[in-house]
Ligand binder design. Structure first.
Ligand code: PHE
Length: 345
């Protein structure tokens, strides 16, 4: 019988195990026959022979079961082997399922362009205090302009930032003047429709120095727009407007064809940014000598700028997290903009 035990232990496949089981314990199996033959033995031998055979059958059954489990486990492991992932390998950048959100992509482009124009990226918190979001921006308590920017208040002094202009204040506090910075970030206001969401983005520039004029402002905005939309000599106009923190204040429009959505030519005007010369009160609020320093600021609604560039019709889809939308409008991770690519004239 040891012969069979060895055979079982040496078996390489589940089929081999099965045929050994049949050979021993099938209807005409070796062991089955011996058990059948017990009755033919004389009474005196039957008992001990019987218990001997039962012991043997138990031993063989256990060995068969153990071997079967070992072979089955090995089969599962062999199936898993090709699916093995080496987590120490560097991430693949070309063949991933993930996509960059169009906003992420357009913000990278904005960062690249603004950097090339000499602007430094600055940051501010989403939860802002009254001073940075309003008061320092020449919008004191009870100023009517606050009504247009109703937001979520955490307490009397803290709110969800309503405009990236708050970053202007933080940047000047940290870096002083002269200064040439830009901010990109989330803002929050109580509004929602096809072109407004309660959370939205802005890209904002600030340039303060000793000899800065509106001509610098217009040139910078025009250059940015042309690089961002890849247009040359886009017809642009400025209209008088009002913001508490700029004087004079303007609205910037560019030519487009409203029907087709084509930018840079056509008979319609598209409002694209707010801008102006920074109000002396803003400079004074961060202890900058407003007789010596002056400059401009401008702000783009960044979700809109992204929709225009990529032909995205409804702003609300930006924040729905629908993977089908992201697969359609998203960008391959390897197609990130750089200073070298895309900025040559
Ligand atoms: N903060 C203004 C807004 O949210 C935009 C703006 C920025 C206007 C900078 C002028 C200068 O409407």
């Amino acid at each position: 019988m040891q012969k069979y035990i060895d055979q079982i232990n040496n078996a390489k496949t589940l089929d081999e195990i099965d045929s050994i089981r049949i050979e021993l314990m099938g209807k005409r199996g070796v062991l089955t026959e011996q058990l059948k033959n017990l009755s033919a033995l004389p009474e005196s031998e039957r008992k001990s022979a019987g218990s001997e055979l039962n012991k043997l059958r138990d031993q063989i059954t256990t060995t068969l079961d153990e071997k079967r489990a070992t072979l089955e486990h090995a089969a599962i492991m062999a199936g898993l082997e090709p699916q093995k992932i080496d987590v120490t390998l560097p991430a693949s950048t070309s063949n991933t399922n993930g996509k960059l959100h169009p906003l992420t992509h357009s913000m990278m482009e904005a960062t690249t362009i603004m950097s090339s124009l000499g602007f430094k990226l600055c940051h501010g918190p989403d939860i802002e205090d009254d001073f940075h979001n309003f008061t320092a921006l020449n919008t004191p308590l009870h100023h009517p302009a606050r009504d247009m920017q109703d937001t979520f208040f955490l307490d009397a002094d803290h709110m969800m930032r309503t405009q990236t202009s708050a970053i202007q204040i933080r940047a000047m506090e940290q870096l002083g003047t002269p200064i040439r910075v830009f901010g990109l970030g989330r803002n929050y206001r109580r509004e929602i429709d096809a072109t407004h969401t309660p959370m939205f983005h802005q890209m904002e520039g600030l340039h303060i120095g000793t000899n800065i004029t509106m001509a610098d402002m217009i040139g910078t905005i025009k250059t940015f727009i042309e690089k961002y939309f890849d247009l040359s000599d886009v017809p642009m106009r400025i209209r008088p407007s009002y913001f508490p923190f700029t004087e004079p204040s303007v609205e910037v429009d560019i030519r487009w064809d409203k029907k087709s959505g084509v930018l840079g030519s056509g008979n319609d005007w598209l409002e694209i940014a707010g801008a102006g010369m920074v109000h002396p009160n803003v400079l004074r609020s961060v202890n900058v000598d407003s007789d010596k320093f002056q400059g401009y600021a401008f702000g783009f609604g960044w979700d809109r700028m992204t929709m225009l560039k990529y032909g995205i019709p409804d702003i609300r889809n930006f924040f729905r997290g629908d993977i089908r939308w992201l697969n359609h409008y998203g960008f391959d991770i390897s197609s990130t903009p750089s200073l070298i690519e895309g900025l040559d004239d």
